[in-house]
Design a protein around this ligand. Structure first.
Ligand code: THU
Length: 128
């Protein structure tokens, strides 16, 4: 299996999802080969919950990792693969650009697209 999918699957095990019971794992591959992972972390207010993708991006940035070539998101064991939510698409776009995005299920079924394909006409710093 793709080691980035394996990393996302392992991160998913750490998900804190007592409210939705929907566990998500994400893994970023930096251009220097480093892999940074994240899981979703829910909270009793619900609104303060964070998605796995944003946890991974913010972890990476805080560790000085800034340039990514691939993103993997692993969610449920469903045939239909789950794409990142709108908020995560924005953050992924701003920090990963038109990187390769792989969505995978627990069995390893995967589909790869570019971020630009799922997030057309993005708002970013070029408009500021
Ligand atoms: N979730 C993610 O971690 N990533 C997404 O892109 C979609 C949603 C999480 C947030 C929440 O903890 C749970 O999945 C249900 O929405």
């Amino acid at each position: 299996m793709d080691p980035l999918i394996t990393a996302a699957l392992e991160a998913r095990e750490h998900a804190h999802a007592p409210f939705s019971h929907f566990k998500v794992g994400a893994a970023l591959e930096a251009f220097d080969g480093r892999i940074i992972t994240g899981c979703n972390i829910e909270n009793a207010t619900l609104g303060l919950s964070l998605c796995a993708e944003r946890v991974a991006v913010f972890k990476a940035l805080s560790e000085g990792v800034r340039h990514f070539r691939r993103v993997v998101v692993v969610t449920a064991d469903t045939e239909t693969l789950t794409p990142p939510c709108g908020a995560c698409r924005q953050i992924l776009w701003e920090f990963c650009g038109d990187a390769e995005l792989t969505m995978a299920n627990l069995a390893g079924k995967a589909e790869t697209l570019s971020l630009g394909q799922i997030f057309p006409r993005p708002f970013d710093s070029s408009f500021l």
